[in-house]
Every structure is written in structure tokens, then in C-alpha cells.
Write a protein that binds this ligand. Structure first.
Ligand code: 4AD
Ligand code: MG
Length: 432
């Protein structure tokens, strides 16, 4: 049996004696009658392969000539230094087998965004998409490492629910046998119920938002990393966020320099992302915006334009704290020092990337929760179980939700959030 080497291992420890075997897909190919220059890619990288008539059986040379882009191949050959080849080496083939011949690939160099999205199942093979997915994997791995080291327990909350955690407007409703149910917007309430036994919990689940907003940072289905911590106030919650985000960035810088470079992502600003992050009160931020000429008053929610104005000169993310109650959900804890506001914080990524985390200390006062539900006309019944959490051994606690694709978009410097996920779901698209 042939033992195949990965392309990156061939390039990092080249064996210039004896044979090497590799397999992958044709990334580029051109020929001049008697010689085929192919670039082959696998999961780890690309390498140049030259296939010369006479160096291998004729029928294999013919197969090499007809091996179209994205055909899968197995190659045996010898390695040689070549300054012009990507990675500095090439393989000269002594044997080639086409495993799966590809039809003419529908994606060529200059394609409309629509065509690429219709052919997403093929486009995700591109080197840029591959780099983004590897970076995303490291973002998640870095987070899980930090969470494990800090004694957080991973839990698995439900996706089918009857609770509107973030309000009714953006709920996906579905028929659940003879009842109505929703796709989860957030695991928060379930995580809150789990801190009473586990104290520090997290989950990474899909969240669903029926957002009509067609913006570069909204998906209707996204991956949500949520934490909930007993005995932690809003200040402690922010410390956890900045440490977690710093650990994610550090992991990506450690493991994914090549991918960041391929995406032409300047890594210098990422190196500056280290806790602690700046904290700015919402009220002060409004003043700052007014000084910049914005027509905005206390009580207004932040849009993309405002977030950009706040963070365009920042290198690291910034917390905006103490939002007015009318901007936020009913479960947040009132700040006694400024009862117009909640003890909450949004974390905004720098350079206008916008909100990547929303978090708060949770209201523990049962009567306040009941009053808010009533004032907002929200029926109490679906929240009976949630309100029970305040009746049986309630403790101060806090938590937050981080949008994984928002983080990836920022770290990869992507124009649109859809490229932070292999199969984007937006208002316009659920196919493929
Ligand atoms: O600010 P949000 O709505 O907060 C919550 O859902 C809380 N219940 C979380 C919690 O405390 N456990 O959403 C949290 C984060 C946002 O900061 C954003 O990063 C991301 O989720 N997010 C989206 N990402 C992509 N597309 C969307 N439509 C998103 N909506 C929110
Ligand atoms: Mg939010």
C-alpha cells in the first residue's frame, strides 16, 4: 500500500531522495504538448507537479493531459528544488492516476457573487474559504481551551423552545405538532437554569434570527457561544469576555499565520488585542457621538454607523456599558446607581466591525421581572419555569453571547459575514 504524504509535510521537510506519494485535486493545470504543469492541492497546501511524457507510461501521460481542474489524483514522483514553484519545490511524476475526473468546473476566475453563492458547495473548496474555515476552527478551539482551563462546563441546551429570549420580532415560528414553537434565538435562559448546579457553563449552538436586515453582519442562522456564571457581576462578566476573546485571538495568531497571510489580513492590530479592553458608558458615548456631529439622544439604539464612529480609531475591542433600558431585553439587572440603565455591556470590535458580544448581569428581583413582562405585554406563562429560578436559591449571576461569525469576520477582515460560514443563511438564501 502506498503511503501518501500531506503537501505541507512535503514542503516543510522535503525528501530529495527516493520517492514521494501525494494525493489531492488539480488546482491549476497547463500543458505544452509534452509536459503538463499541474498544481495540486490537498487540505494542507499546494504543490507544483510536472508530468513529462516518457517519465511515466503513455496512458498515464494522456490521463494527465485530460485531468481537468478539480479532478482528484494520486501521484508518485521525486522532489526537486525549484525557485519558481510555490513553496520552492516541485514533484516530477513517475506515476499518475486520475481517481475522479471532473467535469468542466463551473467556477472560473471572475464570477458574480450570485454564481459563487449558487455554487457554494463547490466554491467552499477555494483557498480563501478554506483559510477562513481553518481560522474559525482555531477560534473555537482557542475558546474551548480557555473555557476548560477556567472550569466552565460545556452543556447542550435545546434549540426547539417556547421562549422568546430576545423578543418576538426576530423569531422563526414553527408548527410543533399541535402547538407553536420557535427556533432558539439564544440559549441564555437554559444556561441560567444550569448555573445552579454547575456554576460556570457554556454552550456553542446555532441561534436563529428572522432578521429582515440585509446587512453584511446579519445571518438568519449563526453559531452562538454563550456563557453563564454564578456569583459574577457585570464587571466580572466583562473580565471573562476580554480574557476569552484575547485567548481566541492568541490561538489564531499561533496556529493560523499562513491563513491570515493568504487572506491578506494585517496581523499587527490583532497582536494588540490583549485584555483589559476599554470601557465606555453608553451616556458618555452619546456625548462623544454628539460631538462628532451625530443627531442622537440618550435612549437611541446603536446602528452600524454609530458603532463604526465609536470604534474606527480603536485597535482592540471596546465595551459599551449601561445601555438605557428601552434598548435592551427584560432580563437584565437594573443598575441602582443609574436606574435608567441596566448593568450590561456590548463588546464592539475595532475598526467599525461592530457588536461581537452582548452580555449583562441578570435581574434577580422576581417582582421587577414580573413588572417588565407586564409592561412589555409579554405573556408570563412560557416564562413560568424561568421565573422559578428566582424562587429557588437565586444568586447573582451574569452571562453573555458571542457571535462566532462576527468574530471570524473581524479576525479575517471579511467584507461580508456570509463568508464566515460555509453555507450562509440570509433573508435571500437557504440554498444550497
Ligand atoms: O446581543 P444578542 O441578541 O444577545 C443575546 O442573544 C443574549 N441572550 C446572549 C446571552 O447573554 N447569552 O446576541 C448575542 C451576539 C451578538 O453580539 C452578535 O455577535 C451575535 O450574537 N448575533 C448575530 N450574529 C450574526 N447574525 C445575527 N443576525 C446575529 N444576531 C446576534
Ligand atoms: Mg445585542
Amino acid at each position: 500500500m502506498t503511503s501518501f504524504s500531506s503537501i505541507s509535510s512535503l514542503l516543510t521537510s522535503p525528501r530529495l531522495e527516493g520517492q514521494v506519494a501525494l494525493r489531492g485535486w488539480i488546482y491549476r493545470t497547463r500543458s505544452s504538448g509534452k509536459i503538463v504543469f499541474a498544481v495540486v492541492r490537498d487540505a494542507t497546501g499546494i504543490i507544483q507537479v510536472t508530468i513529462k511524457k516518457g517519465n511515466l507510461p503513455d496512458e498515464q501521460f494522456e490521463a494527465a493531459l485530460s485531468a481537468s481542474i478539480e479532478s482528484s489524483v494520486e501521484i508518485i514522483g521525486t522532489m526537486h528544488q525549484d525557485g519558481r514553484a510555490p513553496g520552492g519545490y516541485e514533484v516530477r511524476a513517475s506515476s499518475l492516476r486520475v481517481v475522479g475526473l471532473a467535469l468542466p468546473f463551473p467556477i472560473t476566475e471572475y464570477q458574480s457573487e450570485e454564481l459563487l453563492l449558487d455554487n457554494r458547495h463547490l466554491w467552499i473548496r477555494s483557498r480563501e474559504q478554506t483559510a477562513v474555515m481553518k481560522i474559525k476552527a482555531s477560534v473555537l478551539a482557542g475558546a474551548r481551551e480557555w473555557l476548560t482551563e477556567n472550569d466552565f462546563v460545556e452543556v447542550t441546551p435545546p434549540i426547539l423552545t417556547q421562549n422568546a429570549c430576545e423578543g418576538g420580532v426576530t423569531l422563526f415560528k414553527l408548527k410543533y405538532f399541535d402547538r407553536e414553537a420557535f427556533l432558539s434565538q439564544s440559549a441564555q435562559m437554559y444556561l441560567e437554569s444550569l448555573i445552579f448546579s454547575l456554576e460556570k457553563v457554556y454552550s456553542i449552538t446555532p441561534s436563529f434570527r428572522a432578521e429582515k436586515s440585509r446587512t453584511p453582519r446579519h445571518l438568519t442562522e449563526y453559531w452562538h457561544m454563550e456563557l453563564e456564571e454564578a456569583w459574577v457581576d457585570n464587571e466580572g462578566n466583562m473580565r471573562i469576555q476580554e480574557d476569552l476573546v484575547s485567548a481566541m485571538v492568541a490561538k489564531v495568531l499561533k496556529e493560523r499565520k499562513d491563513e491570515l497571510e493568504l487572506l491578506k489580513r494585517d496581523i499587527e492590530p490583532l497582536k494588540a488585542v490583549q485584555a483589559p479592553f476599554k470601557r465606555l458608558r453608553y451616556a458618555d458615548m452619546i456625548k462623544k457621538l454628539q460631538n462628532k456631529g451625530f443627531d442622537i439622544e440618550f435612549g437611541a439604539d446603536l446602528g452600524a454607523v454609530e458603532e463604526r464612529a465609536i470604534t474606527e480609531d480603536e485597535i482592540a475591542p471596546v465595551f459599551v456599558t449601561n445601555f438605557p433600558k428601552e434598548c435592551k431585553a427584560f432580563y437584565m439587572k437594573e443598575d441602582e446607581d443609574d436606574p435608567r440603565t441596566y448593568k450590561c455591556a456590548d463588546l464592539l470590535a475595532p475598526f467599525g466591525y461592530g457588536e461581537v458580544i452582548g452580555g449583562s448581569e441578570r435581574e434577580t428581583d422576581l417582582n421587577k421581572l414580573l413588572q417588565r413582562l407586564e409592561a412589555q405585554g409579554i405573556p408570563e406563562d412560557p416564562y413560568r419555569w424561568y421565573l422559578d429560578l428566582r424562587r429557588f436559591g437565586s444568586v447573582p449571576h451574569s452571562g453573555f453571547g458571542l457571535g462566532v461569525e462576527r468574530i471570524v469576520k473581524w479576525m479575517c477582515n471579511l467584507e461580508h459575514i456570509r463568508d464566515a460560514v460555509p453555507y450562509p443563511r440570509t433573508v435571500a438564501r437557504v440554498y444550497p
